[in-house]
Design a protein around this ligand. Structure first.
Ligand code: FE2
Length: 291
């Protein structure tokens, strides 16, 4: 017998400056919602249309103790890191970066976008790592848009891209270190879909276009609904709408967060700063930085 997960809290994203000065919508952490354990942060970048010379990104900076997941809906994001990875993400692509023990990376609009401008829209999700995995070797998974599995609801009106976890019986191609789910739902007017969710996952639904009725509660553009216990959620929409369903199995560990480092204790964060300053997280090899 399945049970519907109720909405227990609705968080409204605030706007915040990040990186080199671009604006994001951030449904958590925000007032009233510190995190969605094991998820630490969700940022929506844009949508914004840059003019020539206007596009900005995040120049070289370190991370340790968690994973950054970048999902591009529009535009081109060029990245490079101290482990020697470099590439450009375009519409629909995902980069799942396990910072682990430490990387230095940069996330910039492509040189073409910096020169010509254009529309940028995307997400960055921070996924925490358990204590035992905070110092694992950095890993990098890049998933081209064409390889992300998709599924369609029985009514044909809701489609999902399965970035992590499972939806409508379809499994993601990304390997996550702990159970994580990350769905991108697109709902046409009149769509209704029931989505099975792992009962042990903490889950949120972030609406970023239109309005979605989540287990009977209307959730607007820029709002995140936190779900309570159960094993399904219903999503429906009267207008064209888009939402992320994100979550994972909670770690239930202390969180010590200092800037780009997320550890379990304050001392570990101070150690991360010391290691970064001492150059132990490396530097981006100049020869890999390109468009
Ligand atoms: Fe970063």
């Amino acid at each position: 017998m399945s049970s519907l997960r109720p909405v227990t809290h609705v968080s409204t994203a605030h706007r915040q400056k990040e990186g080199g000065g671009f604006i994001v919508r951030r449904p958590f952490p925000t007032q009233g919602l510190d995190h969605l354990d094991p998820l630490l942060m969700l940022d929506e970048l844009g949508p914004i249309v840059y003019g020539p010379g206007e596009a900005i990104g995040a120049p070289d900076h370190p991370h340790r103790g968690f994973e950054t997941v970048t999902y591009i809906l529009d535009g081109e994001s060029a990245h490079a890191d101290s482990a020697g990875h470099a590439g450009t993400l375009t519409a629909g692509d995902v980069q799942w970066m396990t910072a682990g023990a430490g990387v230095v990376h940069r996330e910039m609009p492509s040189l073409r976008m910096q020169r010509e401008g254009g529309r940028m829209h995307g997400f960055q999700l921070w996924v925490n790592l358990p204590r035992a995995e905070k110092r694992v070797a950095p890993r990098y998974q890049e998933i081209a848009s064409s390889t992300i599995p998709t599924a369609t609801s029985p009514d044909g009106l809701a489609t999902v891209r399965v970035i992590a976890g499972e939806a409508l019986g379809v499994s993601s191609v990304i390997a996550t270190r702990t159970p994580i789910l990350y769905h991108h739902w697109t709902l046409a007017p009149g769509a209704t879909v029931t989505v099975a969710l792992p009962p042990d996952a903490r889950v949120g639904v972030y609406v970023f276009e239109g309005a979605v009725t989540v287990s009977g509660v209307v959730v607007g553009d820029g709002q995140l609904a936190v779900l309570g216990d159960g094993d399904t959620v219903t999503l429906s929409a009267d207008v064209a709408s888009s939402a992320l369903v994100i979550g994972g199995k909670p770690l239930r560990e202390p969180i010590a967060w200092g800037g780009p480092f997320v550890m379990n204790t304050r001392e570990e964060v101070m150690q991360a700063y010391a290691d970064f300053r001492a150059g132990k997280m490396g530097a981006i090899p100049p020869e890999i930085v390109r468009a």
